[in-house]
Design a protein around this ligand. Sequence first.
Ligand code: 13P
Ligand code: SF4
Length: 367
Amino acid sequence: MKSVESIQLLLADYLSLPSHELFTRTAAAKRTLGDQVMVLGHNYQRDEVIEHADFRGDSLLLAKLAAERSERPYIVFCGVHFMAETADILSRSRQTVILPDLGAGCSMADMAAIEQVDQCWDSLAGILPVEETVTPVVYVNSAAVLKAFCGEHGGITCTSSNARAVIEWAWARREKVLFFPDEHLGRNTGNKMGVPRDQMIVWDPFQPNGGNTIEAIRKARLILWKGHCSVHQMFQPAHVDYFRKTYPDLKVIVHPECHEEVVNRADLVGSTEFIIRTVSAAPAGTAWAVGTELNLVNRLKRNQPDKRVFFLSSTVCQCATMFRIDAPHLCWAMENLAEGHVVNHIVVPDDEKAWAKIALDRMMAVS
Ligand code: 13P
Ligand code: SF4
């Protein structure tokens, strides 16, 4: 093994390499590694990264691949930290998960800390028999320790493509759901399921009792954590209105992390995989305004030249943390691996892993 110092020096060397050299060297390292490695790429990754992926997809699909493809000893995860953690939890113990840049986090995941969730649970326990009445449901966009919290308290994880089925699972067991950390995915799912407004409350972790009266908490069926995605919250109802007015036949398709006012104006709502599938299957000549991350939309535009594909807002940028995975970091991670050096190994501690796996396995059984 090379020392950490020499690995850091090597990374600096990669940062100024021209893109064609990075491409060739990454591809060569991948060939050398052969079936030792599986490169997974989330739909939001840059072109220069996703072109090296063996599989690309949404959070659920990538989690399933990590769980099923046990024969590859190394998984290089081109996505964000929580996804790499999920891959580590679901993969076999002999498999090693690598995240090419450890700075690839998720601002939404950071909006719920375990201390805050523990405090919320304790507050609820002061009002209700919490273990019998509330199921914690955590969106996979969260730290492993929160998935472990759910596993330990009879709860479950969900993704943007199975939130409804998961909430149905939870309500079949207990009368209330504590849904975190994305308020919007929870609210949009609740709206679709016809949950009355006064039965969906918001839990603000910085307020006593989440900013709610005891009566409101007792009445609630869906308790929504006050968290959001910094990318999707930028889409506004006015963006939808503009496209509807300018292109009357156009369809609007958005991710469920968008605000309900955007989702309620859209024609279709779903995960990144659903968006890609739907637009790709649409007849030639159709027009689409797409409300999700820019890399995905630009690729969709290019791959569907017989359709008119628009990005829903000119003021929204890429996901800054997904963007951290770039060609130099990927090449650096792959070449190190080809030489027998594991960099940026993602390891979830065993005690967290066991409980988190229970929550993820419950979800896999529902999906
Ligand atoms: P998907 O589940 O659609 O892949 O979404 C992941 C994500 O981070 C969206 O912001
Ligand atoms: Fe997190 Fe939003 Fe980026 Fe998805 S798009 S990884 S939720 S910040």
